[in-house]
Design a protein around this ligand. Structure first.
Ligand SMILES: [Zn+2]
Length: 399
C-alpha cells in the first residue's frame, strides 16, 4: 500500500519513489508508488498536480482498494526509481482554502449551532453547506460579520494547526465537532483550541498562513445554507478586483467609493423621471399621429381601417390609445410601435359593431412575417421583427 507522505510532511514538495504498478485505463497511464506526497482528491479537496519521473501528473485518486493512483501523461515501468515534484502553488492554495473551511465550519458551529455537511473547493470560490438548528437558510449581515471576525482574529493570533493519529482511548475523549466517518486510522486536525475534527487533508502548520478568510456569498441551496468563501491569496486577489471595480465606478460618478450606492440611487431616480417624461411625450406625439391616421382611414367593408406605425410606446399606452380609437364604433385599428430592445409591439383591435376577427388576423399576419401573437376576436397583441406585419394584415383584410 502507498505510504502517504503528506500526512506527516505537509510541506514536502520533492521526493523519490519507486513505481510499484503500471496499468492502462481509457488510453491513460496510471501508476502506483511505494510512497507519495501527491494528495488524491478526497474530502472536497482536489488532487495535486506536478511531475513524476518527467511525466506530468493529470489526476490523483484513491482506488476502491485504498491505493493512491496517479494518472500521468507519459510512460513509466514498474520498478522504475522516479524523482517527483508537486506543484506547490496549487497545493498551498488548496491548504489555505481547506484550513479556512475548517475554521469557518467551526465558527458556524460554535456561534450558531450550524452543522457543516459538505465542502466544495472550487476553482474560484469554495462553498460549505450548513444545516442550521432552526432549519433557516439565511444569516444576517451582522451574523456573517461575526463569523468572519471570529475566524480572522484566530488567523491574526496565528494559532497552531496540528494533525495526528490518536489511539482509540484518546480519540474517544477528544471534543470533536462531529463524529468521524471512518472507524480506523482516524486522523485528527486541531486548529487552536476552537476547532477539532477528523480529517485526512492537508493544512498549513499555523492559521496565520491562511492570511484571510472572507465570505463572499450566502444563499439557500437544497434546503441548506450555502456559504461561499475565499482564503489566502484568493482573498487578496478578490480584494484587488473589487477595489479596481469600485474605484473605477466611483470615478465615473465623480464620487467616493462609500458614496457610490447614493450616487447610483440618484441616477436611477433621474432615469425614472426622464422615462416618465419621455413616455408622456411619446403618448402625446402618438395621439397627434392617430388623428391624422383617422383622417386617412380607408373604408373597408363598411368600417374605417386605421393602420400605421406609432412612436415607441409602453404596452399600456398602446392599449389605451387603441381603446380610444375603437371606442366610437366602426373602426379596425392595426398598430405597431417600436420596442426599446429592437422589433415591434403589435396591437390589432376593432369596435364592437365590426365583425372581423383581429385575433385570427394577427396570428396569420405574424406567422407570415416571423412574429408571434394572438388574442380575442376584438383585441389582440403580439410582437414582430419589423412593422411589415401591418401591411400584411391590411392585405389579408382586403382579401
Ligand atoms: Zn482538513
Amino acid at each position: 500500500m502507498t505510504e502517504r507522505l503528506y500526512y506527516d510532511q505537509t510541506y514536502l514538495t520533492k521526493f523519490s519513489a519507486e513505481v510499484t504498478a503500471v496499468r492502462e485505463k481509457d488510453g491513460k497511464t496510471e501508476i502506483t508508488l511505494n510512497q507519495s506526497a501527491f494528495y488524491p482528491t478526497s474530502g472536497g479537496q482536489p488532487y495535486d498536480t506536478g511531475v513524476i519521473g518527467g511525466a506530468k501528473v493529470e489526476d490523483v485518486y484513491v482506488a476502491p482498494d485504498g491505493e493512491v493512483r496517479h494518472v500521468i501523461d507519459g510512460k513509466l515501468n514498474a520498478g522504475d526509481a522516479v524523482d517527483c515534484e508537486i506543484d506547490w502553488a496549487r497545493r498551498f492554495d488548496h491548504m489555505q482554502q481547506h484550513a479556512g473551511e475548517h475554521m469557518l465550519a467551526g465558527a458556524v458551529y460554535r456561534l450558531y449551532g450550524g452543522n457543516t455537511i459538505g465542502l466544495h473547493l472550487g476553482a474560484d470560490m469554495s462553498t460549505i453547506d450548513v444545516t442550521m438548528p432552526d432549519g433557516s437558510t439565511h444569516l444576517t449581515e451582522e451574523q456573517i460579520y461575526a463569523l468572519e471576525m471570529d475566524v480572522n482574529e484566530q488567523i491574526h493570533q496565528d494559532v497552531p494547526i496540528k494533525c495526528w493519529f490518536p489511539d482509540e482511548e484518546e480519540l474517544n475523549a477528544l471534543p470533536l465537532r462531529k463524529a468521524p466517518t471512518v472507524k480506523e486510522h482516524v486522523r485528527i486536525v486541531a486548529i487552536g483550541d476552537k476547532e477539532m475534527v477528523a480529517c485526512g487533508g492537508t493544512h498549513p502548520s499555523s492559521a496565520g498562513q491562511i492570511g484571510m478568510v472572507k465570505i463572499v456569498d450566502a444563499r439557500p441551496a437544497k434546503g441548506k445554507m450555502r456559504l461561499g468563501f475565499v482564503c489566502g491569496m484568493r482573498a487578496f486577489k478578490d480584494y484587488q478586483m473589487r477595489m479596481k471595480v469600485s474605484d473605477q465606478s466611483a470615478e465615473m460618478f465623480s464620487t467616493k467609493v462609500e458614496k457610490l450606492p447614493e450616487a447610483i440611487a440618484r441616477m436611477q431616480e433621474n432615469i425614472s423621471a426622464l422615462q416618465r417624461e419621455l413616455n408622456a411625450l411619446r403618448r402625446e406625439q402618438a395621439l397627434q399621429q392617430v388623428a391624422g391616421l383617422m383622417e386617412n382611414a380607408k373604408e373597408i367593408g363598411g368600417a374605417k381601417l386605421v393602420c400605421g406605425t406609432l412612436p415607441a410606446l409602453t404596452p399600456d399606452a398602446l392599449r389605451e390609445l387603441a381603446s380610444g380609437l375603437i371606442e366610437k364604433g366602426g373602426v379596425i385599428a392595426l398598430l405597431a410601435s417600436p420596442k426599446d430592445g429592437g422589433g415591434y409591439l403589435t396591437l390589432f383591435a376593432r369596435s364592437a359593431d365590426v365583425s372581423c376577427d383581429v385575433g385570427k388576423l394577427l396570428r396569420q399576419a405574424s406567422t407570415a412575417c416571423g412574429g408571434k401573437g394572438g388574442g380575442k376576436p376584438d383585441f389582440a397583441q403580439g410582437s414582430a421583427p419589423t412593422d411589415e406585419v401591418i401591411m400584411k394584415a391590411a392585405e389579408l383584410l382586403a382579401e
